[in-house]
Design a protein around this ligand. Structure first.
Ligand SMILES: Cc1ncc(COP(=O)(O)O)c(C=O)c1O
Length: 406
C-alpha cells in the first residue's frame, strides 16, 4: 500500500455524508431490526463510502430512539450533540490514557473531570472506567487490598455487578433483605467488620435509595450511585444522597444521568492515594503504572468535560431535575387512573407501575406502539418500569401507549 493512504486522510466529504445520513435517518430510529451485511467477511473491501451507505439503514434505523417523546424505559439517555462532536475527535485522535506521551492532555482532561465531580460526593480522586459494573469491581478490589475485606454485603436489590465483582475477587457475597420500599434493612446487616458494605443510591428496578449514612462498623463502605449519583449536582435533590460523603468509594455512571455516550463512568475514592497505590501495576514498557482494571483506555472524559463546560453545574442539574419532574408527572397520571397501580412513589426518577393486577406485561410491552417502557421484577412480581433518563419524554404519551396496548 502506498505511503499515502486516503483512508487515513481528512475526508470532509465522507464525514459530511455521515452527518447527512445521521440527520436524515434520525426520525427512522427504531424502524429496522435487521443487519444487512454479508454473513462472511468480504475478501475485497467496499471502500469507506460504500461501507457507510451499506450500514446506514441497519445502524441508524436499528437503534431505539432514546430522545423520542415516548421513550421512558431504560437508564440510557439521549446524548447532547457536543458529545457527538467530541466523540468524533476522540476517534480521530485515538488517545491512549495508558501512555502519557500519546495522551498528555487527555490524561489532564480526565483529572480535571474527576476533580470537578469528586467533591460533590465527598471524594478526593478516582478515575474513569467503562461503566459502573467496572466501577463497582474497581472499588471492591481496592477494598480488598486496602482494608482486607473478606466479604461483600449488599441488599437483595443491589445490582448484579456487585455479586459479580465479589465472585471475580474471590470474596464471599452476603445478601441482606430489603424493606417494603426495596431499601436495605439495616437491622439485618449482621457483623460487617471484615466486610465491604455496598449501599445503592438508585436501585435498578425501583430506584430505591439505601440509608447512605450507615457504616455499622464496616471495614469499607461503597456506594453504588450508578444511576442516582448526578442528583448530587442538583441543589434541589442533592439531599436525597446525604451520607454518601462518608463512603470510602463511590460508583457513578456518566453514560446514564450525565448524558454521556457509552462507555463512561467514574469510580471515586475518599483516600485516592491509598486506593491508587493498591490498584497500580508497573511494567517494563510503561512510563507510568497501569492503574485499575483496564489497560489501554480511551478519553471518555473529553465528551464529559465538554458537556460540563457547555452546561455548567446548573445546566446539568436542570436536565436531571426535569427528568425527576417527568417521573413525578407519570406517577401522578398513574395514581389518578383507576385501572393502574404504582409500586411506590418515585424516589429518584425510576417508576414501577402496571395495570392493576399485572397480567401479561411482556405481551403488553410487545404490543405497545410509539412508546417504550422496560420491565422489572420486584419481590417476584413483574412491573412496567419507566426510567426518567430522557428529558424530552412526554409521560402522557407513554401512559396512553400502555393503556392502548392492554
Ligand atoms: C444500580 C446499578 N449499579 C450498577 C449498574 C451497572 O452499570 P453499567 O451498566 O454502567 O455497567 C447499573 C446498571 O443499570 C445499576 O442500575
Amino acid at each position: 500500500m502506498a505511503a499515502e493512504d486516503a483512508s487515513f486522510a481528512f475526508n470532509a466529504a465522507g464525514l459530511d455524508r455521515a452527518l447527512a445520513l445521521l440527520k436524515a435517518r434520525r426520525g427512522a430510529a427504531g424502524a429496522a431490526h435487521t443487519l444487512d451485511v454479508p454473513e462472511r467477511m468480504p475478501e475485497a473491501g467496499l471502500g469507506e463510502s460504500a461501507a457507510l451507505e451499506a450500514l446506514a439503514v441497519s445502524v441508524l434505523d436499528g437503534a431505539a430512539p432514546l430522545g423520542a417523546p415516548g421513550t421512558f424505559a431504560h437508564m440510557d439517555p439521549p446524548t447532547p450533540w457536543i458529545t457527538w462532536a467530541l466523540a468524533l475527535w476522540n476517534a480521530a485522535l485515538n488517545q491512549n490514557l495508558l501512555h502519557p506521551e500519546t495522551a498528555p492532555v487527555a490524561r489532564e482532561v480526565e483529572r480535571r473531570a474527576v476533580d470537578w465531580l469528586a467533591p460533590f460526593f465527598g471524594m478526593r480522586g478516582g478515575q474513569m472506567v467503562a461503566g459502573s459494573t467496572l466501577a463497582n469491581l474497581t472499588a471492591l478490589w481496592a477494598a480488598r487490598e486496602v482494608s482486607g475485606v473478606r466479604e461483600v454485603v449488599a441488599s437483595a436489590a443491589a445490582h448484579l455487578s456487585v455479586r459479580k465483582a465479589a465472585a471475580l475477587l474471590g470474596l464471599r457475597f452476603r445478601e441482606v433483605p430489603v424493606d417494603g420500599r426495596q431499601r436495605l434493612q439495616v437491622e439485618a446487616l449482621g457483623d460487617v467488620r471484615r466486610s465491604a458494605l455496598v449501599l445503592t443510591a438508585g436501585t435498578t428496578a425501583s430506584g430505591a435509595i439505601d440509608p447512605l449514612d450507615v457504616r455499622a462498623g464496616a471495614a469499607w463502605v461503597h456506594v453504588d450511585a450508578a444511576w442516582a449519583g448526578p442528583l448530587r449536582l442538583s441543589t434541589r435533590h442533592a439531599g436525597l444522597l446525604d451520607g454518601i460523603e462518608q463512603a470510602d468509594s463511590v460508583a457513578v455512571s456518566a453514560h446514564k444521568w450525565f448524558f454521556q455516550p457509552k462507555e463512561s463512568a467514574l469510580v471515586l475514592f475518599a483516600r485516592w492515594e491509598e486506593a491508587r497505590a493498591a490498584l497500580s501495576f508497573g511494567g517494563g514498557y510503561l512510563a507510568v503504572p497501569n492503574v485499575g482494571v483496564a489497560g489501554s483506555r480511551g478519553a471518555a472524559a473529553v465528551p464529559l468535560l465538554a458537556t460540563l463546560l457547555a452546561w455548567g453545574r446548573r445546566g446539568l442539574a436542570e436536565r436531571v431535575e426535569r427528568c425527576m419532574a417527568l417521573a413525578e408527572e407519570l406517577a401522578a397520571l398513574v395514581r389518578a387512573h383507576p385501572e393502574l397501580e404504582l409500586f411506590a412513589e418515585p424516589v429518584c426518577g425510576v417508576l414501577a407501575w402496571r395495570p392493576r393486577g399485572g397480567g401479561d406485561l411482556r405481551g403488553l410491552r410487545a404490543r405497545m406502539r410509539g412508546a417504550f417502557v422496560s420491565l422489572a421484577q420486584i419481590d417476584g412480581s413483574i412491573w412496567l418500569r419507566s426510567v426518567a433518563a430522557n428529558p424530552l419524554a412526554q409521560p402522557q404519551r407513554v401512559l396512553e401507549a400502555v393503556l392502548a396496548a392492554r
